[in-house]
Design a protein around this ligand. Structure first.
Ligand code: GUN
Length: 295
């Protein structure tokens, strides 16, 4: 069984991006800038965004983190986004989700200038993706990272049956539309399963490529996987583990140990899809800079 090493690929990618940032700087005298907004104190979200901002700096980009209290009004958040939309030093804007309940996520997403929407969540970007206009849109970072892994591991996709479990706007829907595109690294027959799917194991067993993004620890067991399938695990779940020093450990949506005896290739958790998401965020920020500067 081949382990698809997202940690290693993301390091390669970060080195490539660092070199590109240097050459952008040599040509324009400027570097790409990413601003991340977080509203509230959720510790997991705070850890994510700090990691994103830190990695950005490591490759020579400018990153800033705007931390707003949980009581922030939607109006103030929209005003902050408006200012960033008009700031020429900011090429990427990311508003970390989830947002507090009194703030409407869709209204916030619509407020971001689509040319700076490095999360690929704005309907203009998601719409262009669905229509195959990939050169002019931003692809949301997790599906984009999965495409990069499939390409770098030369996993054959043409004509294969790709089954996606999960229909979120940030992973499942863009992932399905990417795998559907008539591209070398896609061109699949695609099935999307979700919480109302009848007989989930029947569908997952049809998959040549199984991509799981539902946030349910170890949902996918060995009997749900076709022998020889490629399994991509987007899950990142904390489960209790008395043997661990912290009392918990991170697992994916796939029972890794059991499924590894059936699959031909798999992403581990941690060290699979997770590190790729950050790397693709940086790639999108660089892409935005290049578009703004006509490079
Ligand atoms: N929350 C968890 N992952 C993400 C992400 O990729 N983007 C945003 N905006 N929020 C998230």
């Amino acid at each position: 069984m081949l382990i698809i090493d997202g940690k290693k690929v993301s390091l390669d990618l970060k080195n490539e991006l660092k070199a590109s940032v240097e050459s952008c700087k040599a040509i324009t005298g400027k570097v790409p800038g990413l601003t991340i907004i977080i509203v509230g104190q959720d510790p997991a979200s705070q850890a994510y965004v700090r990691n994103k901002a830190k990695t950005c700096k490591e490759i020579g980009m400018i990153s800033s983190l705007i931390e707003m209290p949980a009581e922030t009004t939607q109006e103030l958040l929209l005003q902050t986004i408006h200012e960033l939309n008009n700031d020429p030093a900011v090429h990427g804007i990311l508003v970390q989700q989830p947002l507090p309940e009194h703030i409407d996520e869709f209204t916030v997403t619509l407020a971001i200038n689509p040319s700076k929407d490095v999360d690929g969540l704005h309907p203009e970007n998601l719409g262009r993706l669905v229509m195959g206009d990939l050169d002019k849109c931003f692809i949301s970072c997790t599906p984009y990272g999965i495409m990069e892994l499939l390409q770098r591991y030369t996993i054959e996709t043409k004509g294969k049956h790709c089954v996606i479990v999960g229909r979120s706007n940030i992973v499942g829907k863009p992932m399905a539309n990417l795998m559907l595109q008539k591209l070398g690294s896609a061109n699949c027959t695609v099935t999307i399963c979700h919480s109302a799917t009848n007989n989930l194991p029947f569908h997952t067993r049809q998959a040549d490529i199984l991509i799981v993004a539902v946030g349910k620890a170890q949902l996918i067991t060995a009997d749900m996987v076709k022998p020889g399938a490629v399994v991509i695990d987007v899950g990142n779940n904390r489960i209790e583990d008395p043997a661990a020093k912290s009392g918990y450990r991170m697992v994916g949506d796939v029972d890794f140990d059991a499924v590894s005896s059936v699959a031909s290739a798999m992403t581990p958790v941690p060290g699979g899809v997770g590190p790729m998401t950050i790397a693709m965020l940086l790639k999108n920020t660089l892409l935005s800079f290049q578009r703004f500067n006509g490079l």
